[in-house]
Design a protein around this ligand. Structure first.
Ligand code: CA
Length: 255
């Protein structure tokens, strides 16, 4: 897993709504998606299979990737995994929902959302817009926040985090989850509430939240059985267990 060593600025499009890479092997669907996204102001890059998608991704990293899972050659799952190795770009899986477990598995791989086929292209554009809105820097939140007496530091603008000397980047969904939980330390939020706060909420089940919590815990190095950050409250939901520092912790020594 590649971890960036510094806090780079979040890449924003020079103009327009952003660049979307659409990975879809069916030309008809690809064309419809392209037309609708372009009409909404997005610049669209298309790829007909996973390998072409990786090449396009390397050539010019997009602001968001739409991925079909049933692709010839490299599967959509393998593609999502390969992208996640090097990038935390928002990923929307738009694919036939073969089972609920597959949907959950897609989210476990690090996708931000899952839109089942057949879908209305208008809804796909809405999901893209919603995910990118969550990705955008939050005004008034440009200053890094610290938690647990400085143990965890998160910059909402770039989604970079630093915990116990490790650095990485949260996905938009993980950042939203972290902010939702930590906004009310000690208060239990049930899965339905978190679902509404964190995801687009359409066609989602509360299991979605469990998967995102597991992903976030893994990044934070949090242990579900002895949590310092996110506590599971049986039959109730989740609770932020660590204090939120009011001001960024002072820099101590050369640490
Ligand atoms: Ca397909």
């Amino acid at each position: 897993m590649a971890v960036r060593s510094s806090f780079p600025e979040a890449r924003r499009p020079a103009g327009g709504a952003g660049r979307i890479l659409v990975v879809e092997d069916e030309p008809r669907i690809r064309e419809i998606v392209r037309v609708y996204l372009a009409a909404a102001g997005y610049e669209v890059e298309e790829a007909a299979d996973g390998r072409l998608a990786l090449a396009a991704f390397d050539a010019a990293p997009p602001d968001l990737v739409v991925v079909d899972l049933l692709l010839p050659g490299l599967s959509g799952e393998a593609l999502v995994r390969a992208i996640r190795e090097v990038s935390d770009v928002p990923i929307l899986i738009a694919s036939a929902k073969r089972s609920d477990d597959e949907r959950i598995e897609g989210l476990r791989l690090g996708a931000d959302d899952y839109l089942p086929k057949p879908y209305n292209p208008v809804e796909l554009v809405e999901r893209v817009r919603a995910i990118l809105r969550r990705t955008r820097p939050v005004s008034g939140a440009a200053r890094p926040r610290t938690y647990a007496s400085g143990r965890l530091e998160v910059d909402p603008a770039t989604r970079q985090y630093r915990v116990d000397g490790r650095e990485g980047r949260l996905t938009p969904t993980e950042l939203r989850l972290l902010l939702a939980l930590s906004a009310s330390p000690g208060l239990v939020l049930d899965r339905e509430r978190l679902l509404a706060l964190v995801t687009t909420g359409i066609g989602e089940t509360t299991r979605t939240i469990d998967v995102h919590v597991a992903n976030l815990r893994r990044k934070l190095g949090d242990d579900a059985s002895a949590p310092w950050a996110i506590e599971t409250i049986p039959d109730a939901g989740y609770r932020w267990a660590a204090p939120v520092d009011r001001e960024p912790a002072p820099v101590r020594g050369s640490r």
